[in-house]
Design a protein around this ligand. Structure first.
Ligand SMILES: Cc1ncc(COP(=O)(O)O)c(C=O)c1O
Length: 454
């Protein structure tokens, strides 16, 4: 069993270990009947003594969550839903084999490290941090981000050109309002793309031009004469999975420079390229025309709601103003916790660890699909892959793009398309299942692909 237990530093050690095991069980990481790691291993993982682990295990045995069998080891006796006090409100049950795209690996969040960073921030930050009331976000975080984005993605920016947002969608809302206030009227957006992103821009009063995507990426030749900005995922098209080819990269940058229009670069998973160092951000070739946007949604957890934009000079003041009036800014303690993680190197270590895990999963997925004769287009990168499916497996229009079979669930590509139809396919998120269930999820997927639907 390879489970990342995380210890809450705020708890006494014995309670902390007990809580770490309970929470892993509650997340489905410890299925009934599975064998617990040896106390010595757990102690080393959690940085506590073996005696503390043994005491916590005794408590959980007394509680009925674990059972000890002489000479065999300690096992998970019951799932936590049947153990302990009833939850005050039933949490929505996640599908067991979740292959929907979007979220990083369940249980991978460095919870103990984050908790320590928040505690540190909480004990000093509100006293010592300058009041940031210009909408840009914490200077401490922007300073760390400017250096991190240069190292990891080749982004050319400064703390003064960065703003912190509550993730990419919040950043886009603010950007759209700022662009509209500058008189911009039309935005071109890849089709397919993140669901709802067209609606977001329309809500701010802009016209949306649907930009088709082919094997070489977005059709940049279809950008309109009146297009003021184009939203692209150049490193790894979402959700089709190709990279924008070199000629189109050059063309779109030349267009932005020539017409003094803008590119919005959504670099949602740029850290996760498996076969080579990722191609540097497009922003680097035209910092005055490209808005570079990123977030922690794929690296840490989508629910943290933390992201950033590196802005061209002309957009800094209008975007800061919109951010402040529309959102009031981003919670300071979370910004400082992220700054702490980046400064210590723990953020990059976490990204590297997850990159290795996603590379391994990508490989397992491709090999499993090639055994059943299904080719996967796109580059080896990211957290999702498009898997072609038989027409008869395409879910009906009223299924909201959901594909369900037994206890596995994934998405149909139809969920992401607007005007430009694509061949039937599933968009498989291979990052989310906890390590213990990933193989089962891939087996369920291949079985579903092979079924005769008639
Ligand atoms: C294409 C794309 N862009 C951006 C994001 C990140 O969005 P946010 O930061 O709002 O979670 C995602 C994640 O779901 C995505 O799929």
């Amino acid at each position: 069993m390879d489970v990342a237990f995380s210890l809450d530093p705020a708890l006494p050690k014995r309670r902390g270990v007990e809580q770490a095991i309970r929470s892993a069980a509650a997340q489905g990481l410890l299925p009934e009947g599975s064998r617990m790691p040896a106390a010595r291993e757990l102690a080393a993982d959690l940085g506590v003594s073996r005696g503390t682990v043994v005491a916590a295990i005794d408590d959980l045995v007394a509680d009925g969550l674990l059972v000890t069998r002489p000479r065999a080891g300690t096992f998970v006796a019951r799932t936590p839903t049947t153990v302990g006090r009833a939850a005050p409100e039933a949490a929505p049950t996640a599908p067991r084999l979740d292959l929907r795209p979007g979220r990083p690996e369940s249980g991978s969040f460095p919870a103990a490290r984050w908790a320590a960073a928040v505690r540190r921030a909480a004990s000093t930050a509100l006293m010592t941090n300058p009041v940031d009331d210009d909408g840009a976000g914490s200077l401490e975080l922007r300073t760390e981000l400017a250096a991190y984005l240069a190292r990891s993605r080749g982004v050319e920016t400064t703390p003064a050109s960065l703003v912190v947002s509550a993730g990419y969608r919040s950043a886009s809302t603010v950007l759209a309002v700022a662009m509209r206030s500058l008189g911009m009227a039309e935005v071109a957006i890849e089709d397919p793309a993140l669901p709802g992103i067209d609606h977001l821009w329309r809500s701010a009063g802009l016209r949306v031009l649907d930009l088709p995507v082919d094997a070489r990426g977005a059709r940049t030749d279809r950008i309109g004469r009146d297009t003021d900005a184009v939203v692209l995922t150049p490193a790894h098209q979402f959700p089709l999975g190709g990279a924008l080819d070199a000629e189109r990269r050059r063309d779109v940058v030349a267009w932005a420079r020539r017409t003094r229009r803008f590119i919005v670069e959504d670099d949602y998973d740029g850290e996760f390229r498996f076969d080579r160092r990722p191609v540097a951000a497009l922003q680097r070739s035209a910092p005055d025309q490209v808005v570079y946007a990123g977030s922690v949604s794929k690296t840490l957890d989508t629910r943290l709601r933390l992201g950033w934009m590196a802005l061209p000079h002309d957009l800094v003041a209008p975007v800061r103003a919109s951010l402040l009036t529309l959102t009031g800014g981003v919670p300071l303690l979370d910004q400082l916790a992220l700054a702490d993680l980046i400064r210590s190197g723990d953020y990059e270590r976490h990204v590297r660890r997850q990159r290795r895990e996603y590379a391994r999963r990508h490989d397992v997925l491709l090999r499993a699909l090639s055994r059943v004769g299904v080719p996967v287009p796109g580059i080896p990168a990211g957290l999702q892959a498009v898997v072609p499916i038989a027409t008869a497996l395409r879910p009906p229009a009223d299924a909201d793009g959901q594909i369900r079979s037994g206890d596995f669930v994934t998405h149909s590509l139809d969920r992401y398309t607007r005007q430009h139809a694509q061949a039937p396919a599933a968009v498989v998120g291979f990052a989310t299942p906890p390590r213990g269930t990933f193989g089962t999820a891939i087996d369920a997927l291949t079985r579903w692909l092979q079924q005769d639907p008639r």
